[in-house]
Design a protein around this ligand. Sequence first.
Ligand code: ATP
Length: 277
Amino acid sequence: MTTSDVTPVLQARGLVKRYGHVTAIDGADFDLLPGEVLAVIGDNGAGKTSLIKALTGALTPDEGEIRLNGEPIRFTGPQSARQHGIETVYQDLAVAASMDIASNMFLGRELRRPGFLGSALRMLDKKRMRQEAAAHMADLKIGLRSLTQPVETLSGGQRQAVAVARSVAWASSVVVMDEPTAALGVKESGQVLDLIRRVRDKGMPVVLISHNMPHVFEIADRIHIHRLGRREALIKPSDHSMAEVVAIMTGALRVRDDGGTVVADADAAQAAGVSAH
Ligand SMILES: Nc1ncnc2c1ncn2[C@@H]1O[C@H](COP(=O)(O)OP(=O)(O)OP(=O)(O)O)[C@@H](O)[C@H]1O
């Protein structure tokens, strides 16, 4: 079976978003296949954030179509995307620092005690939240000593693991991660990359926005290269060198339909030390 036979989990065609005279998304396409880690890369200002916002309901595109599991869909906001199983892990490690790990897993989706205690007195079912949080952590092989520990006592990598586990627990279709290793050291980044692999191996497709080319090459099944508001290329890391990918991202090389490259800007290609093939 080729990739063209598979229905993408999340797909976009011809997305456009204008802010006054600035066109942040300029006819962008997007395809995320089941079970893959798709890296989204591009220069500063290329429009990655805007594209991801459109795909996660945080902005409404002016034009174009989004499909979820083959069905056209319109998100009315981030909540609507979440209801459709799309969870986003934001760059700023969006966790409530003073709350414990289990409470963070259920932030905004707290479980109430059964019966009157929950429905009338709104009492939380802390025991069940801890049990379920522990099960999710174990499922992703995240080793944390105690789930009653406040998140502020965790390392950056552990916090990121909590944020990832939370989104995986609630996602039924897609997990989007915005620069998940940006704030982390080498060892912690490695642990988060391992975690992303485990998420993928559970069958959950991951969209990974990253500026870190070694991380992208280490973990991505395919790379969506964004340039000037649209998808410039969709490639496999095994088919291209890192220098080529950077050259495609900056416009020095262009990808042909057969996957080869042509020089689009001779000076820039020479400066980047790449040639067409
Ligand atoms: N709310 C907004 N109002 C006006 N212009 C915007 C807005 N959001 C984005 N833009 C513009 O759209 C373009 C794309 O921005 P976007 O943040 O999507 O790029 P990016 O690839 O994510 O960049 P970076 O990697 O630097 O975060 C930029 O020129 C930006 O200034």
